[in-house]
Design a protein around this ligand. Sequence first.
Ligand code: GUN
Length: 283
Amino acid sequence: MYQILDGKKVSQRVKDELKETVASLKMKGTDPGLAVIIVGNDSASRVYVNNKKKACEYIGIRSEEYALPEETTQEELLNLVYELNNRKDIHGILCQLPLPKHINEETILNSIDPAKDVDAFHPVNVGKIMIGDFDFLPCTPAGVMDLIAESGIDLTGKECVVVGRSNIVGKPQAMLLLHKNATVTICHSKTKDLKEVCKRADVLVVAVGRAKMINADYIKEGAVVIDVGMDRDENGKLCGDVDFDSACTKASYITPVPGGVGPMTIATLMRNAVTAAIKQSAQ
Ligand code: GUN
């Protein structure tokens, strides 16, 4: 029998804590501000940005949206980032990805002041995560860690398998698990015997972007299964990288899609925005 790891519930708890923190920050004269940049008309990005803004509103973080047209030049975007870097009342800057093809994502992410980089995408923050001494949490991986903690599993010495090696999820996820003393394997499209490797996992984190790719055949009896995917099935219905109905026959704990990792990503982003405001107000 499996149990659901409820991201809506856990993220609500995080947001309620942050709401109290922000209220006390405001009493001491700090008013946390987050700039949210979105370029072009990607419909998924629009949904994510709206959800981020809603979370800001709930917690009491001032959010400023910069919705720029598709044809915005790289120089124009860089100028906006520089302006926001220099503003004392903006503590966090987030540039929603993907950016239009004519803009170099790396150039833009590297231009954000690391102290305001609430996504933790800047190489300085990525490096700090690698070392294990970091200010900003990688949003999705840290949200996954909160959900794993909810299962009550002690990660020390456990076999953890991460499927996917992206800079946003797979790689930082592996680092966070390693910091908790897990034995970590990262799998990717060239991995041989993926099924066999996954079956070793006490904790399986899947972030590949392929609808229902992982079923019960990949899962050890009693494993904790975390699905980072946000895909569409053959009927256009939202689903994850894990085939839930199959995987839940083996898992002890499993995340649903939607309502699993997604809300946790936003909760971590909010945590980072509050951290940024606290650190900058202390200077
Ligand atoms: N696009 C997909 N995921 C993310 C994320 O976590 N942050 C940003 N800024 N863009 C994204």
